[in-house]
Design a protein around this ligand. Structure first.
Ligand code: HEC
Length: 158
């Protein structure tokens, strides 16, 4: 009996050990599973970002340094999208609306992309923007919008 439980314990310990080693060497796998989008979506989104958004929001969503200072006409510069500004205060619906309509509704400078980009491209570009957020920022976002975080944006039919 004692022998057997020793065996069971050793088996459990080695399975846990293997699990630990797997997580240790492949942290990316567990990280990716917490996000609603696939790596492929984020990669497709990066190409869309480079072609349509980078001229204003800069490389990897760095945005303007003084993004909170309005110009003489009261307009805001393109903010960072990489998690250092406040993009993570928005749910997915709002992010989609911003890309579709731009900032004109509230006197902003950003153009809308409802004509240039397909629904799928908008989903992909938002996936890319969120892929720029560090895990801490993503997790705060996910706590605020748990349904969005688990469901994501349903991929529309082309
Ligand atoms: C012509 C410059 C310009 C282009 C191009 C542009 N943006 Fe913007 N973006 C802005 C500005 C300026 C704002 C701030 C709101 C405003 O003034 O409209 C903004 C705001 C945003 C916000 C809200 C950020 C926040 O923290 O609330 C998101 C998200 C965003 N842009 C994503 C994108 C994406 C994705 C693209 C490409 C499909 C894009 N933008 C293209 C200028 C631009």
């Amino acid at each position: 009996m004692e022998k057997q439980s020793g065996f069971v314990l050793r088996t459990v310990a080695s399975v846990l050990g293997i699990g630990f080693v797997v997580l240790w060497f492949f942290p990316v796998a567990s990280y990716a599973s917490e996000r609603w989008y696939s790596k492929q979506q984020a990669e497709a989104g990066e190409a869309i970002y480079r072609a349509n958004c980078m001229s204003c929001h800069l490389e990897a969503g760095a945005g303007a340094e003084n993004w909170w200072e309005r110009d003489t006409e009261g307009r805001l510069p393109p903010p960072p999208l990489n998690g250092t500004a406040h993009t993570w205060h928005h749910d997915l619906f709002t992010l989609v609306k911003i890309v579709l309509d731009g900032g004109s509704r509230f006197g902003g400078n950003m153009p809308g992309f409802s004509r240039q980009l397909s629904a799928r491209e908008i989903v992909d570009v938002i996936a890319y923007v969120q892929s720029l957020w560090p895990d801490e920022i993503h997790d705060i976002w996910a706590e605020s919008f748990p349904e969005d975080a688990s469901r994501g944006i349903p991929i529309p039919d082309d």
